[in-house]
Design a protein around this ligand. Structure first.
Ligand SMILES: [Zn+2]
Length: 92
């Protein structure tokens, strides 16, 4: 298949998470916690699938990202709370 299905929400959440983490300094930002936070947030957000050719996804994203960014931030904030209280690893 030349055109791939892609859940745009993944990128929206990834970008929004980077922003949120930059503004909060008491959140563990290791790979493990980030993936956990993204997984929890994505499970609470409706997926937004788009068909994309190579390289096309980011153009579409820019237009749609703003639309879903605030939803993503809300779910990320909740997810950070959950992961912060119960991280999947020992406290560093
Ligand atoms: Zn961590």
């Amino acid at each position: 298949m030349r055109i791939k299905l892609y859940n745009m929400m993944e990128k929206v959440v990834e970008d929004a998470l980077a922003d949120v983490l930059q503004q909060s300094n008491h959140v563990c930002d290791c790979e493990e916690c980030k993936v956990d936070i993204m997984a929890i947030a994505l499970n609470h957000l409706p997926p937004k699938y788009v068909g994309t050719r190579k390289g096309e996804v980011f153009t579409k994203l820019n237009t749609l990202s703003n639309q879903f960014n605030s939803d993503a931030v809300i779910e990320i904030t909740k997810a950070i709370d959950i992961v912060n209280k119960k991280p999947n690893h020992e406290k560093l």
